[in-house]
Ligand binder design. Structure first.
Ligand code: HEC
Length: 179
């Protein structure tokens, strides 16, 4: 009788121990996978967010520039350039006048002509002329590059500005592809 009781107790204890072990293992795996999945989810979510942001802001800029440039045309730009011609030549091999020669100014680094005496402001600017930079500069030269010496108020009219930018791009050895 005593023996039977003891064996039963022993068996019972084995069962309890196994159950406890199973519970511990299950809980443990749950915790570990929780930690792993949580961090993975966070990382993935973060990556997605960053990518969407980059794509959308780049797309907005090029979309805006594309629709802005579509307002203009090269022929109209040639007429608008008469306002610039007092100070700038535009033909290939043209000389510097009051302002630097503008043949192939698109994609040229700002202030790059060695035979023209730029202001310190333009020399220090050190950016490449592209659609965005020309648009900002020609809208309001004085505020886009503070301290530059181009004595010109700017072209307020979007069509005029887009057209003259297209004309500058056209008057160049290499055309920058339209956005
Ligand atoms: C009153 C004279 C004058 C007029 C008008 C003028 N500019 Fe200028 N422009 C200058 C001068 C001077 C500079 C050099 C500025 C400096 O060194 O700070 C300059 C610089 C520039 C540059 C920078 C060139 C480079 O090599 O980095 C561009 C581009 C430009 N002008 C475009 C135009 C366009 C386009 C127009 C007409 C819409 C125009 N300018 C009208 C005098 C003028």
């Amino acid at each position: 009788m005593l023996y039977a009781c003891l064996t039963m107790l022993y068996e019972f204890q084995k069962i309890i121990t196994s159950i406890v072990i199973v519970i511990i293992v299950v809980l443990g795996i749950g915790k570990i996978s929780d930690i792993v999945f949580k961090t993975e989810k966070n990382v993935v979510a973060y990556k997605v967010e960053v990518q969407t942001k980059e794509v959308s802001s780049a797309e907005t800029v090029s979309l805006d520039m594309a629709s802005f440039l579509s307002l203009g045309d090269v022929e109209h730009g040639k007429k608008v350039f008469k306002k610039c011609a007092a100070c700038h030549s535009i033909n290939k091999g043209g000389k510097n006048k009051i302002g630097p020669a503008l043949w192939s100014v698109m994609q040229r680094k700002s202030g790059e002509l060695s035979d023209y005496k730029y202001s310190k402001a333009l020399l220090d600017y050190e950016k490449q002329w592209n659609f965005e930079e020309l648009n900002g500069f020609l809208l309001k030269p004085a505020t886009w590059i503070k301290g530059n010496k181009m004595g010109f108020a700017g072209l307020k009219d979007d069509k005029d500005r887009a057209s003259v930018i297209l004309y500058l791009n056209d008057s160049s050895d290499v055309q920058l592809p339209l956005p």
